[in-house]
Design a protein around this ligand. Structure first.
Ligand code: GDG
Length: 481
């Protein structure tokens, strides 16, 4: 069996892979443990040039080597804070209004990719399979190829891929797509993302696109994961590459077990007591403008405004740990959210009632799962999201005898799989408030039915299926040495 090299912007620490970081790190680490290999990327530290150049630091954990490097302040500013998070992230989430383009940041992005590739080269053996993750590392394969690496290299994009017209708002869009064509296999979260990439290749790059296999037609609004064959074979810029749809999942039974194990812990009892019998709506997101938090608060306000019988009877708990807080647009969304929570609470609070509890802090994973289990509604309404694992975790954490209802945005990748959710358009506050009301008053039988539909989908396409399908496809695609 070939060794595996995983490359991602951030590398989980060996301790995090034992559970605290969440499913993805555990899933990727599982594949590394099976095949043996290297997990390579940024340590998360900003360091001096001397320290950065001395890397990578190697940390051995059984058959897996964790290889990390620090970034200099300039590299961090241009590659991470700049082009990755102030250009690519907003544009790929259709927020061109929040994007900026600076030539020196783009140059820094390419420079850091080339530098990282150079650092990795020494650790690569001829038969290794290389799996690169996410938008920070689009030019990584190209940089490896120019170092003479001829291994198979696959790329998985965790976030949406925008339509060609939107992508073209980034001036070097064609260089980015050319760089993507240096991979042997490109994996997308949804059919729409894959299609958007194919459209660019066909219309803008004048390449050829062959779509193999018929996408199974959605049954009752949801695609049946595992039965969908969506393979593309593309020729562009002198290369042949493959594309596929790989919907990332969770390990639902582990989450269910964890949520049940912690359901009578003190934090849950405290919450229960403070709710005094009120219904609970739970939301958990990284604090990010793509997650639709302001729209979500406003739809909840509409529920209280138009259905006064719910005032004092339902509480929304929003957990939103801040991320990327040194990127300007993240400061703005934080202020806006605090203002909205304050305004709505000012309007509808009573001496013993606060409608929105907004907690801008990180919680332990097991606490989140047990809070999901305690709630009647999971309220997950991003404006655009590659998949959204919170939606899947919410379902998995429910008590099968008394499950809560998932209210889910049609713009989350997960909407294609979770046919048991109440789907909403996050731009329609009235529609969302009606869905909340529907969820809060849904009879037990219907809740159970929806829960089972969703759980089946989660089990059919869990995190292991996602990982194994991607890696076996990558091992199989013919590649050009
Ligand atoms: C990207 C794409 C795609 C959140 N708050 C806390 C916490 N979390 C955990 C959640 C979940 C994860 O973080 C967030 O995953 P999402 O999928 O919801 O969103 P992104 O972070 O934007 O992830 C996304 C994903 O990549 C995977 O491909 O689905 O579309 O944007 O697991 O539970 N975990 C802990 N404390 C918190 O306060 N421990």
């Amino acid at each position: 069996m070939a060794r595996l090299i995983v490359v991602s912007n951030r590398v989980a620490t060996p301790t995090e892979t034992k559970g605290s970081a969440g499913g993805l790190a555990v899933g990727v680490f599982g594949a590394l443990k099976d095949a043996g290999g290297v997990w390579f990327g940024w340590s998360g530290d900003v360091v001096s040039e001397t320290v950065a150049n001395a890397g990578p630091t190697l940390d051995q954990e059984g058959p897996v080597t964790f290889a990390t490097v620090g970034l200099t302040k300039k590299d961090y500013d241009q590659y991470y804070r700049g082009f990755s998070n102030a250009t690519l992230w907003p544009v790929f989430h259709y927020r061109n209004d929040l994007a900026r383009y600076e030539r020196d940041e783009y140059a820094g992005y390419r420079r850091v990719n080339a530098w990282l590739a150079h650092k990795l080269v020494k650790l690569i053996e001829p038969d290794d399979i290389i799996w690169v993750h996410d938008y920070h590392l689009i030019p990584f394969a190209e940089a490896l190829r120019s170092e003479g690496v001829r291994n198979r290299i696959g790329f998985f994009l965790h976030i949406p891929f925008p339509s060609p017209q939107v992508l073209q708002t980034i001036p070097p869009h064609e260089e980015l797509v050319k760089s993507l064509c240096c991979y042997d296999l490109l994996g997308f979260q949804t059919r729409n993302d894959q299609q958007a990439f194919h459209d660019y290749i066909a219309r803008e790059a004048h390449g050829t696109v062959r779509e193999l296999g018929e996408a199974t037609k959605p049954g009752k609004g949801a695609e049946t994961a595992g039965e969908v064959e969506e393979e593309g074979v593309l020729e562009a810029y002198g290369r042949t590459l493959h594309t596929g749809v790989y919907r990332i999942g969770v390990f639902p039974d582990e989450i269910a077990e964890q949520a049940a194990r912690y359901e009578s812990r003190q934090h849950v009892l405290d919450l229960k007591q403070s709710l005094e019998g009120r219904k609970l709506i739970m939301s958990v997101d990284r604090l990010d403008y793509s997650k639709g938090l302001v729209e979500r608060f406003q739809a909840f306000e509409q529920l209280l405004e138009h259905s006064p019988e719910w005032r004092g009877k339902v509480t929304l708990v929003q957990i939103a740990p801040p991320t990327r807080s040194d990127v300007a647009s993240y400061k703005v969304i934080r202020e806006e959210l605090e203002r909205e929570a304050g305004r709505i609470n000012g309007r509808y609070s009573g001496l013993d009632y606060t409608p929105i509890r907004y907690l801008s802090q990180q919680y332990d994973r097991w606490k989140l799962m047990s809070l999901f289990r305690e709630s009647q509604v999971g309220y997950v309404t991003p404006l655009h999201d590659g998949m959204n694992l919170v939606a899947k975790e919410y379902v998995a954490a429910q008590n099968p005898e008394d499950p809560g209802v998932l209210v889910l945005s049609i713009f989350a990748g997960a909407a294609a799989e979770l046919a048991g959710a109440l789907l909403v358009n996050p731009h329609d506050a009235t529609g969302m408030s009606e869905a909340l009301e529907h969820a809060l008053s849904m009879p037990l039988e219907e809740r159970k039915e929806r829960y089972h539909t969703n759980m089946e989908a989660l089990r059919r396409n869990d995190l292991g299926v996602w990982r194994d399908r991607f890696l076996s496809d990558l091992a199989r695609v013919p590649h050009q040495r």
